[in-house]
Design a protein. Structure first.
Length: 316
């Protein structure tokens, strides 16, 4: 182990790392509160540390052009690996499928709504937007899904936090935008939602609506503290969706959607891949046992890869 990885905190205070957006802070504060309430006998001292990530600093370019999902986690994971942080709180949809060797996702709290919200002052749904309307989004998946049903729409890059995007919409820079329902609910901003897009028709990003915790593989103390917070059904759903994503080598460079529903011991999985311009789409649904969660995701990915053909993935 190199010197960097031998670094250790001199204090017993648990350090939680997070991005600095309002939503990220709300999520981190929620985990801090749950840890304290779940372990009242331990008198836990917990601090939240805001880590500036490249994904937050780069606002004028699409993530697909500058490195993908890892831009939201790199600096945080470096401090986890070095021991400066004990755990990190992430939006699960921001997590790459490959983590640094010594790190692991060890806890998933109960998932919120997986759906996307349509937000507009000019239409009640995407189908009601005027011909050639402008839609702002930073998500290739959302752009592709909209263009699939409305190829006339004009898509523009829409980076920034929720407040920034809604202000741009109010200022008339775009006619509509899409945001995750879960984030709006956590921010008590459900009033901003014009309509909710049904996930069975407009499946979300893998992991959307879920919050996950990352720590070092060998940090048993933190793993034990987080165990009671883990929601098994969410963990199973995310295991399926992340296996699907990994099977497609997915990142922010690829329009990929995945929706997992659990009914007792049965998984119902819906996966979708699209061309960025929405002109071609392939989707597949699979059903299986919760014991085979990862295999279901991998199998769906293999089926869609074969069905789409190698040319479909050129440029991804």
């Amino acid at each position: 182990m190199d010197a960097k990885k031998k670094m250790a905190k001199s204090s017993d205070i648990i350090q939680i790392g997070t991005r600095g957006s309002k939503l990220a802070l709300v999520q981190a504060e929620g985990i801090k509160r749950q840890l304290i309430e779940t372990h009242p006998d331990k008198n836990l001292e917990i601090e939240i540390r805001v880590i500036s990530t490249a994904g937050d600093r780069i606002q004028n370019r699409a993530l697909s052009e500058v490195g993908g999902k890892g831009l939201f986690t790199l600096e945080i994971e470096e401090q986890l690996s070095s021991g400066e942080l004990d755990l990190a709180v992430h939006s699960a949809k921001d997590m790459a499928t490959k983590l640094p060797e010594e790190l692991a996702l060890v806890c998933f709290t109960k998932r919120e709504s997986v759906a996307d919200a349509f937000i507009s002052n000019k239409a009640s749904s995407p189908n009601e937007l005027a011909q050639g309307a402008i839609v702002g989004s930073a998500s290739l998946r959302r752009q592709a899904q909209l263009l699939r049903i409305r190829p006339d729409l004009k898509m523009v890059l829409f980076r920034g936090n929720v407040d920034t995007r809604l202000k741009k919409l109010e200022a008339g820079e775009v006619d509509a935008t899409l945001l995750a329902v879960a984030g709006l609910k956590r921010l008590d901003m459900e009033h901003a939602i014009t309509s909710v897009l049904p996930p069975d028709v407009f499946p979300p990003a893998p992991g959307q609506g879920a919050v996950c915790m990352e720590t070092r593989e060998d940090n048993q103390k933190i793993r034990d503290l987080l165990t009671p917070l883990n929601h098994r059904e969410t963990e199973i759903a995310l295991m399926t969706e992340r296996a699907f994503l990994a099977g497609l080598d997915g990142s922010c460079r690829t329009p990929i959607a995945a929706y997992t529903q659990l009914s007792g011991n049965t998984i119902n999985f819906h996966g979708m891949i699209l061309k960025p311009d929405g002109t071609e789409c392939h989707e597949h649904q699979l059903e299986g046992s919760i014991d085979d969660a990862a295999d279901i995701g991998k199998q769906a990915a293999a089926i869609l890869r074969k069905r789409a053909g190698s040319d479909f993935f050129d440029g991804w």
